[in-house]
Design a protein around this ligand. Sequence first.
Ligand SMILES: Cc1cc2nc3c(=O)[nH]c(=O)nc-3n(C[C@H](O)[C@H](O)[C@H](O)COP(=O)(O)OP(=O)(O)OC[C@H]3O[C@@H](n4cnc5c(N)ncnc54)[C@H](O)[C@@H]3O)c2cc1C
Length: 403
Amino acid sequence: MINTNDMFYAKSSDAAIAEAGEYGGAVTTLLKYLLKAGIVDAVLAVERGADLYDAVPILIENPDDVIKASGSLHFGTLNLAKVVERYLDGAQDMKLAVTVKGCDAMTMVELMKRERVNADNVIMIGLNCGGTMPPVKGRQMMEDFYEVDPDSVVKEEIAKGKLIVETEDGAEKEIKIDDLEEEGFGRRTNCRRCEINIPKMADLACGNWGVIGPLAGKATFIEVCSPKGAEVLEKAQEAGVIDLEDPIPKGIEIREKTDGAMVRLADKWQDKDWEDKTGREIFSVLSEYMDDFSRCLKCYGCREACPICYCDDCCLEANNGPDWLSKGEVPPSPMFHLERMLHMVESCTNCGQCEEVCPGEIPLAKIWHEVNAKIKDQFGYTKGVEEGKPPIAYFPFPQPASK
Ligand SMILES: Cc1cc2nc3c(=O)[nH]c(=O)nc-3n(C[C@H](O)[C@H](O)[C@H](O)COP(=O)(O)OP(=O)(O)OC[C@H]3O[C@@H](n4cnc5c(N)ncnc54)[C@H](O)[C@@H]3O)c2cc1C
């Protein structure tokens, strides 16, 4: 019997899926099994679009199509929770399995707390994530650092702290991510600050960290994070579609150490990004960014991209509000941003969508991530959280009762 907190090395028993998958195809196998067995109506995953830098969400209903979305896209910066809430009606009337990085999973939980996503209908297959890279800068990085035509890159992989790039002529080049980041490339700045590498708030957390020995590079380490996750894995094993093995104890240790090292690195980036991290109050954080806010074009891009901005009638567009809301002046008063902040900041998961789309290059994710962290510090949301519990407990809203 499989239980919450169990850990496994997993790979597909289907050779084609094992080959197509990033690390043994366990995730593709589980998604395909869930569809085929009728446990879910659809799978939401991510596939390659026009090129390697273009990751697009895909809703799959035919089990045979799941393999087309296999593989990890490190330029895949999108937030799938937004897709579920806005375009799939929060899975209110459909059973859905969805692949989630830490930020997708945390946002999904926030939307479940706000009853915008139906927790009972969603199975979250978590992917460990050490960070994603911005697509446009990624192309420039290929030219400037790898000295290759960005369109000639056919494969990218992150291993042992290096970004390894393969071009169509079969040549490989690797550069340390630390070196890329020193020069302002590499992972998105919000990802550098992120401490959630293993999405334990999902039903399963899947990644390559900790897979050592004969299965290294050929299997995925799965941690079971909920009874729902345990049930899914057990059924897939019983159906004979997935091979599970006990992990090597040293591998478990390595996974924990790697996660710890990444959390410490994220803390360093927080220290760097947020001057005087511990001392200052929320309003002194905000006042530091007034110049940045003055670059606002009032394009509403941040609101459109934010997974937590979902009001049907947005108060920022009110016709009868005070001047700063209704007159359409550019830049709007900073109150424009503070108003949005009140709607979303306690649920902000530092997913970076706002900053990514801002044409004024306002460091929005950096601002709201710091304010969110301050709220937790100053208003005590972290108080009473037990060691090792996932950050779901850090947020203020209660979980909706099971329907
Ligand atoms: C951006 C990213 C960073 C990662 N970083 C780490 C890491 O630092 N440490 C670690 O242990 N593991 C990491 N992983 C997980 C690892 O790369 C594998 O995805 C995992 O081991 C499962 O392998 P698999 O062969 O079972 O997956 P597959 O069978 O290949 O399935 C992978 C699934 O992930 C979906 N997917 C691909 N890209 C994205 C994306 N950007 N967002 C959401 N879904 C996506 C695909 O559609 C597919 O369904 C990362 C994954 C991603 C996507």
